[in-house]
Design a protein around this ligand. Sequence first.
Ligand SMILES: Nc1ncnc2c1ncn2[C@@H]1O[C@H](COP(=O)(O)OP(=O)(O)OP(=O)(O)O)[C@@H](O)[C@H]1O
Length: 306
Amino acid sequence: MTMTEGTPRAVSVTGAVRTYGTVRAVDGIDMSIARGETVALLGRNGAGKTTSIGLLLGLEEPEAGDVRLFGGPPRRAVGAGRVGAMLQEGRLIPRVTVRELVTFVAHSYPRPLPVRETLELAGLDDVADRRADRLSGGQTQRVRFALALAGNPELVVLDEPTAALDVEARRSFWTSMNRYAQRGNTVLFSTHYLEEADGNADRVVVIDRGRIVADGSGEEVKRAVGGNLVSFDLAGSGTAWLRDLPGVLSVEVRRDRAFLRTTDSDATVVALARLGALRRLEVTAASLEDAFLALTAAPRPEGATR
Ligand SMILES: Nc1ncnc2c1ncn2[C@@H]1O[C@H](COP(=O)(O)OP(=O)(O)OP(=O)(O)O)[C@@H](O)[C@H]1O
């Protein structure tokens, strides 16, 4: 038996489908996450992130396809305390302290983390004896994160953990998350913040309309849609010819300036030089934001239902 056969992946999803009426919320996704990996599931509102997470945790059954956590059905892994989740819904129990709440949840698991360690990991030492229902938004999210960690899971799944947090609260949340990941654990988090995906994950999976449209490192995702952006002033010349330049994937014109996304900026620039189109010419790396927009704004292929 090889090493890979002996240690199943933390997450393995193949061809998963979930529809709601006519909406194909998850439309045949494949996703594989190795142990110890931190993966961002990046998509706009309604892209299918929450539905994917529901399938992954066994909260919903896929209509087609297969979902495995550590080589078995999700419910088995969840029941064994190997998976912690932080979902979007769910209020904290009122009138108990943070420490009491974490202790209570920890006791429901077979092999919990020591409460002290959970509080420290989640950055809650300062507020451990405060009432859990009287905390700031950022502190509340950290409590919810602590509850996800309480059972000492190998995998945590976080559905938009930083939605509605300010910059400072987000930063401190990611510090806690990274601390947990660095212990060799596996993390899947969803977000629609590109910087968060790029800055906190080993791999970025971009989902759009229930399908995975890109999967790789931040760098790879950028490259997949054209690594560079070449821009220059049109100075009144038309724009029809721009699409035919070598390497060019897309053209955008703002005021009198052309922005060309290109897979080969050298070839694009040489061609522009030949045509004398060099006014205020600039070559910049496409941002992940550019890549994301290009990926999720692409028209559906012929015959697609949505
Ligand atoms: N229970 C449901 N009943 C009907 N439609 C649903 C249900 N849950 C999700 N949908 C639809 O499925 C699609 C995917 O929704 P989902 O919540 O998975 O997206 P999301 O990427 O998590 O979005 P958000 O960032 O807003 O949470 C959307 O069109 C949504 O309206």
